[in-house]
Ligand binder design. Sequence first.
Ligand code: PMP
Length: 471
Amino acid sequence: MAAINGVGLSCPSKLTKSTKSQTPKWATNATIRMTASVDEKKKIYTLQKSEEAFTKAKELMPGGVNSPVRAFKSVGGQPIIIDSVKGSHMRDIDGNEYIDYVGSWGPAIIGHADDEVLAALAETMKKGTSFGAPCLLENTLAEMVISAVPSIEMVRFVNSGTEACMGVLRLARAFTGRSKIIKFEGCYHGHADAFLVKAGSGVATLGLPDSPGVPKAATIDTLTAPYNDISAIETLFEEHKGEVAAVILEPVVGNAGYIQPNLDFLAAIRKITIENDALLIFDEVMTGFRLAYGGAQEYFGITPDLTTLGKIIGGGLPVGAYGGRRAIMEMVAPAGPMYQAGTLSGNPLAMTAGIHTLKRLQKPGTYEYLDKITGELTQGILDAGKKTGHAMCGGYIRGMFGFFFAEGPVYNFSDAKKSDTEKFGRFYRGMLEEGVYFAPSQFEAGFTSLAHTQEDIQRTVDAAEKVLKQI
Ligand code: PMP
């Protein structure tokens, strides 16, 4: 198994807090409006246009957004409304620029609005945007995914990570003839009913219990265990002998904040699923093509039976996928009886963006570069925390990272929840004013890209130290 590159998984002890010379507005929890200067030129940081647009958006869409975490509820303030993105940067409608560590929640691994991807999309678009019939581009992306991901011998493209997880769950149940699944607390597998039990991401961010509208019958077969706790899994298999269809997990958690698996955890789950004739599903919607070209399964050397993908394989357009051993995948309609379909699945634009994004990732040095800059970023932020007297911990692998305002170590969602989320909110708003855009929640991982420069990283670390001194 490959060694984990995580830094500072165990956390510095609490140091004395530095004295605040001046408390900026964003450093208090009450703050909403941000008007301090954003750079050396004393440009006024204003979000006036964003504020107006968001006020209107709230009248038009629930909470003003089309996906909950975007609403900034857990960090205070209000979302910035984005006008354009390029490389590692985003620009809002007030003209403020940010170094972006969200990357559209993962897809932008080669940088936003990459010239080659845009040119390829323009070419494909000349032939139309959707065929609703097979096209050659589907074969190309399928071949690329199959040759990259160790567990995938056949693949089905869908339109989102949620759809991929819904499909894979039905497939695991169809193949095994069993109903129960085991998932982990804080892991997020999209918003399908069966997965909205102790889920991460927005469900955790907003502190929502299992969502209203999810019938009991839909979750009755969903069993949960704490992440990194193999004895809990052993107990569940013992209690539900012959009933468990599959264990599904994020091989590195990104939806409860960033949490790494213990070295023996993935191997132990692989072993116990085999012993119980249950399938092992890696949800690599986040980690696929991010930890390595072959995903977390290549990085850790553990091969699951089924895998879900999303984000990067669509290169910024809506794509998800699930795949695995041929014998299992041949259950999927029309090869087999398990039904699953999609009007826009495999559409030429989405396939094109995916193909050209993966092509770029094949170039030598990709993952070494991601590892280097993400390591410097994470270590830099943790060092700044130590210097300024904050209890922080965190880690990274390749292009994925995270940190908590907690003593640590963080092995599971309960540990993650010990983080000082109010402090994270103050840090978050401070960083925003400094021109750095992190995910607006303590319970989301961060992402770097090939477009992030050494200068971006240095500016971010400097900004972090400045902000940490003031909160
Ligand atoms: N699985 C994982 C691991 C995810 O991180 C996400 C989204 N963040 C999903 C599934 C759902 O994907 P989507 O938002 O594309 O539906």
